[in-house]
Every structure is written in structure tokens, then in C-alpha cells.
Ligand binder design. Structure first.
Ligand code: FRU
Length: 494
């Protein structure tokens, strides 16, 4: 049996029980998952591949897992698409992307080779073409060899190609390091995906934004060009960046002569503990949708007995308005909202539960008006023993997350604060909860905060607390993929 067939047999025989897993967030059937790969539309369906090691719950020789969706919310498992089974990718099929072509669905990924007993690593870009289920690696691999890089550029750190087409030309960006060991993004072009020409360094980290730049993505949004990268080894800087791996966006103009990005803003894409390696696609109706790995390289906090490890974020629509980047959960999520509970101008003082507002798979929007209070806290995934929380501090204009009491057995980062940008009178918070994760969208998605917590599922209370008096509007829906819409359970102004 070849390596791919072996991985797929293992997947089928060891698939984990869905009942204890997130409901609408992608998880691996079994084993380990990291970055989203090959996020693309092919023959009208949405394909998502991911870094995959089915055989254990830790990172190992990288395969590409695969799933498919019609609406970004309901996903169907498919067989793994790639295994590390050739000389040029024996040490792993690392991250990459996909594009629809007239010859089929093209996957471009990084083939990793280790030489001299792993003392030397070479990373190069490889191509596989398929029909949406089965993929064949092409005979000309690697299609971009490390030798094609200019002198001094790293051959060991040259990975994560993101490809797109503009008219008759394919472009590709990949992460790389320059001679000074600083992260940079290199740009290539091709007419046929097989023969590539080096074009430029699109951007580099200026010795400031971490070291290696992983998983680049580049696209036009509104009137601007956006480069998304995931730097390693960042250092905390004010309220914008935390230590370690994170995902950032460089927003600016592209100079078509030099093919260099002239960045005007560099921002964090998410302020939580678990968000990395995002990748985007463009839908047929022109929306730019981003998905990310909802985990941190530095924290493995899942319970030891859990045989799957890793989740993806909810796919998010990106928009640029007045030069501000907004993220919103895909609108398709609204088709799975049931059991609406709505309150307008509800007064909250002290601690309270609110009838109908509880659960672990929710779309919950809260609008907080100004008042004389200082702190407003929302506790969720709560029972007598466990909870996680967000606390809004009005004076500091910050939101602090806390998962200290979420049932974690590791001494991982449990608290993180974000500084609220802008000075809106009403604070809008939208929480997407899916059992083991929370994604908070602040003020229509100007900022997001994504974190995981593996709290036992029977902790499903939500408690509000305010040190004085706050007036809030609440709109809560349960998210259910069951199909049948449940009877509306409407509490108006109770
Ligand atoms: C990012 C990353 C990529 C690499 C992959 C390996 O999380 O380190 O740079 O291709 O993971 O699994």
C-alpha cells in the first residue's frame, strides 16, 4: 500500500466520533492539523486542505488533509490528497495553495527534503493536479527549485506558496529569509504553473516584525493591496503585537514597476491566543474570505485523551472601508441560526443569567451603551467549576480575556488584553462560540479576538456582570446544522 492509501485507511479506521467535536468549525478526522492549505473554489465547490498528520495528535510528517463545502459552514470530509512519498517531498508536503485551471485543480505546495541526516534542509515548490478528490504530483517537480532564488536568499526557509491568476499570468508569493536572516516575501510569475520566473521581493520585515515570514497571501481589497503574513519570533510591541507567532496584515499600494509593496499600515489580524497562518480565497460573487488555523504553536492545551488536535476559524469575509480592515463571519452562518432570543434595552447590574442565553454553539451579539459603570464582564462555558470570560474596562478602553478556569491542565497563556480601537459610543460585541472556541468580533469586526478552551461540554451557562448599571441589547442564536429550524423562542424585553 502506498503512503497516501495508508494514511486514508488509517483515517477511515480511526476517525474520531463527531459527537464531542465542534459543530461548524473544521477539525481533522483524526490526529493533528495545522495551517489551512489550498483554500479555493473548484468547479463551484469550496475546497479546504490542511497540514495533516493523521497518525498522532502531534505534528509529524506532513500530509494534506482535505474537506469540501458548499457554504463555508457545513464541511464534508474527503480522503487526504497528498502524502510525503517522493524524494523531493520526503520530509513533508508543507503548506501551499490551490487554483482552478483548465487542466484541473492545481495544488502548489512546499516539498521539503532533508539531506545529510537532516543537517541540511531544502524547501522547494511542487505541483499536483487533480479532479477535486485525487491528485497527481507532476513529473517536473519541483517546479520552483531553491536554485532559482537570488544569491544569499535562504534555501532552507522557502515555503508556503500562495498562487493566483491575473489575466493570463499566474503569480505566486512564498515566505523566505534574506542574507541577514530577516523574513521576506518573494514573488514569482508563470504562464503555465510549471515554469516560473523570479520577479521581486514584495516586502520584508525591516528587522522588526519577527524573523521568518510564513504563509504569505496577497490580494487587492477595495482600493488597496493587502499582504497577509505569519511571522515567527515576534516580540510584544504595545497593545498591537504579542510574543511569538502571529498573523499580521500589511496594507498599502503595489508599485507595478518594482513589484514592491509600499505599506501604509501594519496591523495585527487577531488579538487572541489562537490564530495563525490565515489564507484567503475569492468567491464567485467577489467576496474575499479568510480562514486561519485556530491554535498556537506555543500552546498545546487540548485534553490528552482527545485524539484530534486542531481547529480552523470560522471563514471570515474581509472588507476595507475608509482604510479600515473589517472581518465578519461569512453571511452563510446566518442560515444555521435557530432559537432566536432578543432583548432590547435590558438593564444589567450585579451578576445575572438571562433567560434563553446559554449554550456552547452560539452566535451572540451584544450592544453595550455608555453608562456610569466601569467594568462589564461576560462569563461563558460556565458551570460551578469552570468558566472563561471577557471583561470590558471602560476607562482603559480594553477587553481582557481569561481562560484560567477553563479546565486546562497546562500552564499556558490564559489572559490576554486587547485595546479597543476607535471611540464608538456603543460597544458592539459579536461572539461566535463553537464548543471549544470563541471568536469575538468587536465593532463590526474592526478587531477580532480568537481563543480556544477545552472546557467540559456541560459547562454551558452564560453570566453577565456589571459593577454598576449597563443597558444592553442582546441577540442570541443557537447554531445548529440539523437542518430543521427550531421554533422561535422570542423574549422581547423580558
Ligand atoms: C506554519 C508552518 C508553515 C509550514 C507548515 C508546516 O504554521 O510552519 O510555514 O509550511 O507550518 O506544517
Amino acid at each position: 500500500m502506498n503512503d497516501l492509501a495508508k494514511a486514508n485507511t488509517y483515517q477511515v479506521e480511526n476517525r474520531t466520533d463527531k459527537s464531542g467535536k465542534p459543530i461548524f468549525h473544521v477539525t481533522p478526522p483524526v490526529g493533528w492539523m495545522n495551517d489551512p492549505n489550498g483554500f479555493s473554489v473548484f468547479q463551484g465547490k469550496i475546497h479546504l486542505f490542511y497540514q495533516y498528520h493523521p497518525y498522532s495528535d502531534v505534528w509529524g510528517p506532513m500530509h494534506w488533509g482535505h474537506c469540501i463545502s458548499e457554504d463555508f459552514v457545513k464541511w464534508e470530509e474527503l480522503p487526504a490528497a497528498l502524502a510525503p512519498d517522493t524524494d523531493y517531498d520526503a520530509a513533508g508536503c508543507f503548506s501551499g495553495s490551490a487554483v482552478e485551471t483548465k487542466d484541473g485543480h492545481a495544488l502548489i505546495y512546499t516539498g521539503v527534503m532533508e539531506k545529510d541526516g537532516a543537517k541540511e534542509t531544502v524547501q522547494q515548490q511542487c505541483l499536483a493536479i487533480g479532479d477535486g478528490i485525487h491528485y497527481e504530483k507532476v513529473s517536473g517537480n519541483p517546479v520552483i527549485s531553491a536554485e532559482q532564488l537570488p544569491d544569499g536568499f535562504s534555501r532552507a526557509d522557502f515555503r508556503d506558496p500562495k498562487v493566483w491568476r491575473e489575466n493570463e499570468t499566474y503569480y505566486l508569493v512564498a515566505g523566505n529569509k534574506n542574507e541577514q536572516q530577516n523574513g521576506q516575501v518573494v514573488l514569482f510569475e508563470s504562464k503555465d504553473l510549471k515554469t516560473w520566473r523570479y520577479v521581486s521581493v514584495l516586502a520584508d520585515n525591516q528587522g522588526k516584525y519577527g524573523r521568518m515570514w510564513e504563509c504569505p497571501d496577497f490580494f487587492l481589497l477595495g482600493q488597496k493591496a493587502v499582504l497577509v503574513v505569519s511571522p515567527q519570533d515576534m516580540q510584544a510591541d504595545g497593545a498591537e503585537f504579542h510574543n511569538g507567532n502571529q498573523a499580521i496584515a500589511l496594507i498599502g499600494e503595489i508599485d507595478r514597476q518594482s513589484y514592491r509593496l509600499q505599506e501604509e499600515q501594519i496591523i495585527s489580524l487577531d488579538y487572541g491566543t489562537d490564530f495563525y497562518a490565515p489564507q484567503t480565497l475569492e468567491t464567485e460573487d467577489g467576496r474575499r474570505i479568510m480562514i486561519a488555523w485556530m491554535q498556537s504553536w506555543d500552546m498545546n492545551i487540548k485534553p490528552v485523551e482527545q485524539k484530534w488536535n486542531g481547529m480552523m476559524t470560522i471563514p471570515r469575509q474581509l472588507e476595507l472601508r475608509n482604510n479600515i480592515l473589517y472581518q465578519q463571519p461569512v453571511k452563510e452562518l446566518e442560515n444555521y441560526r435557530t432559537e432566536p432570543v432578543v432583548y432590547t434595552e435590558r438593564e444589567i447590574s450585579g451578576q445575572c443569567r438571562i433567560p434563553g442565553v446559554r449554550g456552547r454553539a452560539l452566535d451572540l451579539a451584544i450592544e453595550l451603551q455608555e453608562g456610569d459603570y466601569q467594568k462589564f464582564t461576560i462569563y461563558f462555558a460556565k458551570n460551578e467549576k469552570y468558566f472563561s470570560s471577557f471583561c470590558y474596562d471602560r476607562a482603559a478602553q480594553s477587553i481582557e480575556f481569561d481562560r484560567t478556569f477553563s479546565g486546562m491542565e497546562r500552564d499556558a497563556v490564559c489572559q490576554r488584553s486587547m485595546k479597543i480601537k476607535g471611540a464608538e459610543k456603543t460597544l458592539k460585541l459579536r461572539f461566535i462560540l463553537d464548543r471549544f472556541s470563541v471568536e469575538l468580533f468587536v465593532n463590526d469586526g474592526i478587531q477580532t479576538f480568537t481563543s480556544t478552551f477545552y472546557t467540559p461540554l456541560d459547562a454551558e451557562d452564560i453570566v453577565f456582570a456589571c459593577d454598576k448599571k449597563a443597558m444592553v441589547n442582546i441577540e442570541k442564536y443557537t447554531i445548529s446544522l440539523d437542518g430543521e429550524k427550531k421554533e422561535a423562542d422570542l423574549f422581547e424585553g423580558v
